[in-house]
Design a protein around this ligand. Structure first.
Ligand SMILES: [Zn+2]
Ligand SMILES: [Zn+2]
Length: 362
């Protein structure tokens, strides 16, 4: 089958021919990929941000944001059958450790893997092997290709917003920093689940209208000052109560602290940069700093329900799998609106990005 694999760091991934994955254990599932979302993490993988300990795992197939149809299941998976439309939690977890039992899939301490990220083969391919633990079944007839980005960009935004819902009240000003793949979900999720006044910031002027169409109350271009003055102006000089930093690099963590209200919360989602604050400033501002890593299986199930209700939609552009390297380049240049999705040859381009969630997601 065709797969886009990362052979060495700082070099674009390449389309090559590889053997199809095979069922190994009883909970294994082979999924025929309909679409794989292109994520900034893929750029960070290429850049070598995660290169420590990866040397003996190269090359591997990228793609951790996957949806498709069941092709084959192991002996212990009676609930799934060939042809079922599915979306996949990115990190199949063990299901037996305490964290899994608490629903914190991302903190699984048992045997777990992360296809397309940790050296295990991902979904920039025609077929992917994962575990039944990761599968959320979609109703028959759902077009999985257009929904793939919910599997990572979507749940990551959902997880971050849901965590802070208890401190969002009428009158709370929330900044969404970055209206790309993650931020475009973040705005919709905030408006669907909270009474927040949402202020969106982006460096690109064309993204401001996009943000308003998604429900942002106000949108400003983050020019040289990173948007600090705009946020201060619309908050009577006080700053925002909460900042969701969907960028996390190019200086956004530092500018975020400059536009945060005293007692405010900085929630980091995008990454690649660093955050530096003097302890005395942390004390005086009484800030809360929150990290986020992807989301749980239940986060994804809940998000797919919001999508089914029409409350969180996806804006995505579809490209052939062969164009992966070019699409990563476009993402790096900030020229993708919403999310880019790669489709293997033979998968019909879809257009109706609304899920109908099957009973197993409940
Ligand atoms: Zn990702
Ligand atoms: Zn576990």
């Amino acid at each position: 089958m065709k797969a886009v694999r990362l052979f060495e760091f700082d070099q674009p991934p390449r389309l090559v021919e590889v053997p199809e994955p095979k069922i190994g254990g009883p909970l294994d599932v082979i999924v025929r990929i309909a679409g794989a979302g292109v994520c900034r993490t893929d750029l960070h993988l290429v850049e070598g941000v995660f290169k420590d300990g990866m040397a003996d795992k190269m090359p591997f197939t990228l793609g951790h944001e996957n949806a498709g149809w069941i092709e084959e299941v192991g002996a212990g998976v009676p609930q799934l059958a060939k042809g079922d439309a599915v979306i996949l939690h990115p990190q199949p977890s063990c299901g037996l450790c305490r964290n899994c039992r608490l629903g914190n899939d991302m903190h699984c301490t048992g045997p777990s893997f992360f296809p397309g990220f940790d050296g295990t083969d991902g979904g920039y391919a025609e077929y992917l092997r994962t575990s039944a633990r990761a599968v959320i079944k979609l109703a028959p007839g759902t077009d999985p290709a257009s929904l793939a980005p919910f599997a990572d960009a979507g749940i990551t935004a959902y997880h971050a917003v849901k965590k802070l819902l208890p401190i969002i009240h009428p009158g709370t000003t929330v900044v969404v920093l970055g209206v790309g793949g993650l931020g475009h979900f973040g705005i919709q999720i905030l408006k669907a689940l909270s009474p927040a006044r949402v202020v969106a910031l982006d460096t690109r002027p064309e993204r401001l209208d996009f943000a308003r169409r998604l429900g942002a109350d106000e949108a400003f271009q983050s020019t040289l000052d990173g948007g600090v003055n705009a946020v201060r102006e619309v908050t009577d000089g006080q700053g925002a109560d909460i900042i969701f930093d969907f960028v996390g690099e190019h200086g956004t963590p530092d500018t975020s602290l400059k536009m945060l209200h005293r007692g405010g919360t900085y929630s980091q989602i995008g990454y690649g940069g660093s955050l530096s604050i003097k302890t005395v400033d942390l004390l005086l501002g009484e800030y809360t700093i929150v990290g986020n890593i992807v989301g749980s299986y239940n986060d994804l199930a809940e998000l797919m329900e919001l999508n089914r209700q029409g409350k969180v939609q996806i804006t995505a552009q579809q490209f052939p799998l062969e164009d992966a390297a070019d699409v990563l380049h476009e993402l790096d240049a900030g020229r993708v609106e919403g999310r880019a999705v790669l489709l293997p040859a033979g998968v019909r381009q879809g257009s109706a990005p609304r899920a109908t969630v099957g009973a197993s997601a409940r």
